[in-house]
Design a protein around this ligand. Structure first.
Ligand code: PMP
Length: 323
């Protein structure tokens, strides 16, 4: 779908994937006015294709658009575009156990000009790609590296927006984590360099021996994850004492070593819920709990996956069936 100033959204098309042809002066190539979403379509037991809380992706997309001076796409148009693509791609749905169709809605400045101002033309597209089960078997714990050199987002920056530039800036810290033998990078806040924020593509939760569960608050520097928000609700229903609260790297280590912290897990659309087993940084390493998936992690993961797959009752109305 195209957007032109003075005209709004127009020229929606659905068709096979094909290359885009862009003028070398296309604004996105120079000033990175680009935002995206990541979502999955699941096949329910009765064969119906379904989306998980797509209106939340639409809402976050428009919040990202606001931050990058881009036009809103009405929520209904966003969801309808995704719905039509999924139905058109039904036959590409992976047949493997736990498979899904990964969906990537995105929008970029398509006007050709050189100059720093919001573009007057945009393109919104959605691509679909079959995805196998994120983990081949079970849910292995990941080991993460605390980036001491780099932060992901500064106050007043674009941390709460899902824009490509945020991910460009996280490539070096992620590569550093991988080079040291860890799976993921974890970022601290940019001001005090002590508050734990999130991973490169997942939010974090901490579960304690007194039944409390905390996750860093949405202060504008972390992405408001839809999995995070869903788990907050499920955890409250499970009777956990849930708090959105800042948690420091020193406290994390102290609590892991004293045994007060039982579990840490990361969450996001791609992997749903993943236990964090080991944490390393420039001043050493520590293990969390047994180093594997604990009870809270396992229970919340199972509950969320069961809702997404249409196995458990969907009392929040999170699953949108596509007929
Ligand atoms: N943080 C970042 C930086 C991410 O890229 C993602 C993935 N979208 C998340 C958190 C998790 O968000 P969600 O649960 O909506 O996938």
């Amino acid at each position: 779908i195209d957007w032109t100033e003075g005209r709004g959204w127009h020229s929606a098309t659905l068709g096979p994937r094909q290359p885009l042809s862009l003028d070398p002066a296309t604004a996105v190539l120079h000033y990175a006015q680009e935002i995206f979403e990541g979502m999955k379509a699941y096949k329910l037991d009765d064969g119906t294709m379904a989306l998980f809380r797509p209106e939340q992706n639409a809402r976050r997309f428009n919040a990202s658009a606001d931050r990058l001076a881009m036009p809103h796409l009405p929520e209904e148009a966003f969801v309808e575009a995704v719905r039509q693509l999924v139905l058109a791609d039904k036959d590409w749905f992976p047949t493997v156990e736990g498979g899904s169709l990964y969906l990537r809605p995105f929008m970029f400045a398509s006007e050709a000009f050189l100059g720093v101002r919001p573009a007057k033309q945009y393109k919104f597209l959605v691509i679909a790609s079959p995805a196998g089960n994120y983990f081949k078997s079970g849910v292995p714990a990941v080991s993460i590296w605390v980036s001491g050199d780099y932060t992901r987002a500064a106050p007043g920056g674009t941390g709460a927006a899902k824009c490509g530039g945020n991910y460009a800036a996280s490539l070096v810290p992620q590569a550093n984590a991988t080079a040291r033998g860890h799976d993921q990078v974890v970022f601290l806040d940019a001001v005090e360099r002590k508050w734990v924020e999130e991973l490169g593509g997942m939010n974090l939760f901490f579960a304690f021996d007194d039944g409390s569960l905390i996750t860093p608050p949405l202060t504008g520097t972390i992405l408001p994850g839809i999995t995070r928000e869903s788990l907050l609700q499920l955890a409250r229903e499970e009777g956990l004492q849930v708090r959105e609260e800042r948690y420091s790297i020193d406290q994390w280590r102290a609590d892991a070593e004293s045994g007060r912290l039982l579990e840490t897990f990361a969450c996001g659309t791609a992997a749903v819920v993943t236990p964090v087993g080991r944490v390393a940084g420039h001043d050493g390493e520590f293990t969390i709990g047994s180093g594997g998936a604990g009870q809270v992690t396992t229970r919340l993961r199972e509950r969320l996956v069961a809702i997404q797959r249409g196995i458990a009752e969907d009392k929040h109305g999170w699953v949108m069936r596509l007929d």
